[in-house]
Design a protein around this ligand. Structure first.
Ligand SMILES: *Cc1c(COP(=O)(O)O)cnc(C)c1O
Length: 366
């Protein structure tokens, strides 16, 4: 791929009060997810006159926002989620960062936010990880540094129109396993009350609004004793879309791997698309097509569907143990299937540098 150099100058102001080494070691021993943040953050501003400017890395700290800041009223916010992985030789890498950059461009277009060029996105993430490289954990236990680039309408104005001042930031948070119980099969609650996206809506954009709308459904899942919610299409309430923040895969007994086809209402996960390529290499035929909820329910009961798994950057590949709905349940919920395990291992081995990166997916940062 032809990569262009970023021309955005980045000013770095080092923190005068970095987390002491002993405290950092304690945090990295058990980082959890999204609880601790590194010493620095990246910020850049956009205006129609100046484009992207004032790119800077500064000590991590709170923002001061005018109460009329547009995002607080109209939710023009988009984000990305990616990870920096430390390899055994100490080097630090990200996974397909241009794909996150390209998705942020698509999300920006959908929310009438300005486009951040791919090379500036990658440069912002690289620079931030370099400054806070001591926060990238050792690879044991699948630890990583979770990276959260995000963009929001920062103009103070209550009128409804695309913002004339937009802020882009990158923050970083050390991460252990996403699910508290580690890699164990999760249980899913089928939401028949809520949907996450409709035709022409924002389902394919990575935006906070989609998460805001998913929380009540997720709350219902927890109340029903499940870990996560699964959404159906909004038009017919019949086709499987995805979880609140992960895509879905079905492994058929005949060896075919099936994932719901994206057509604007499903978020195009980078883990999802990487698994399509990986399955090809591992010799599993892949089908992207509509999956009827009855195909799932009946398939698990009859054995036609052998495994179900969910995927996304935060939780990588997570087996689905059971599917529950009002009045029924399928799945035994206790084991990780062989294809799920094989795909998971193949992916994390590339990410942590334990397997050859034949796809050219890894990007060296340090
Ligand atoms: C981010 C996200 C995913 C997973 O995408 P990855 O690029 O694989 O991390 C899936 N669904 C939703 C709704 C998401 O926001």
């Amino acid at each position: 791929m032809l990569s262009m150099e970023s021309s955005l100058p980045i000013r770095v102001t080092a923190s005068g009060d970095p987390v002491p080494a002993e405290r950092l070691a304690e945090i990295l021993a058990d980082p959890g997810f999204g609880r601790y943040f590194t010493d620095h953050m990246f910020t850049a501003e956009w205006t129609p006159e100046r484009g992207w400017h004032e790119a800077r890395i500064t000590p991590y700290g709170p923002l001061v926002l005018d109460p009329a800041t547009a995002v607080l009223h109209y939710a023009q916010e988009i984000f990305e989620g990616m990870k920096a992985y430390r390899h055994a030789d100490g080097s630090i890498w990200t996974f397909r960062p241009e794909e996150n950059a390209a998705r942020m461009v698509r999300s920006a277009r959908r929310l009438a936010l300005p486009v951040l060029p791919v090379e500036d996105f990658v440069a912002s993430v690289d620079a931030t990880v370099r400054v806070d490289q001591r926060w990238v954990p050792e690879p044991a236990g699948e630890k990583s540094l979770y990276l959260r680039p995000f963009m929001f309408a920062s103009e103070s104005f209550l009128g409804v129109r695309p913002a004339q001042h937009v802020t882009y930031m990158v923050i970083c948070s050390p991460a252990g396993a996403y699910f508290a119980r580690g890699v164990h099969p999760v249980s899913l609650w089928l939401s028949e009350t809520y949907t996450r996206a409709g035709r022409g809506g924002m389902g394919a954009a990575k935006t906070g609004g989609n998460y805001a709308s998913s929380l009540v459904a997720q709350q219902e899942a927890i109340e029903e004793g499940c870990d996560q919610v699964v959404f159906l299409d909004s038009a017919e309430g019949r086709y499987v879309e995805e979880l609140g923040g992960m895509n879905l895969y079905f492994v058929q007994a005949d060896g075919t791997v099936v994932t719901p086809k994206t057509s604007g209402t499903i978020l195009e996960g980078i883990t999802r698309s990487s698994i399509i390529e990986l399955c090809g290499k591992l010799g599993h035929p892949v089908e992207e097509r509509a999956v009827d909820i009855d195909e799932w329910r009946d398939g698990v009961s009859s054995g036609r569907i052998a495994e179900v798994f969910a995927c996304g950057t935060a939780a990588v590949v997570t087996p689905v143990g059971t599917l529950r709905w009002r009045g029924g349940e399928v799945g035994d919920g206790t084991t990780t299937g062989p294809v799920t395990q094989q795909v998971r291992t193949a992916l994390v081995d590339i990410q942590y540098g334990r397997a050859e990166d034949t796809f050219g997916w890894m990007h060296r940062v340090v």
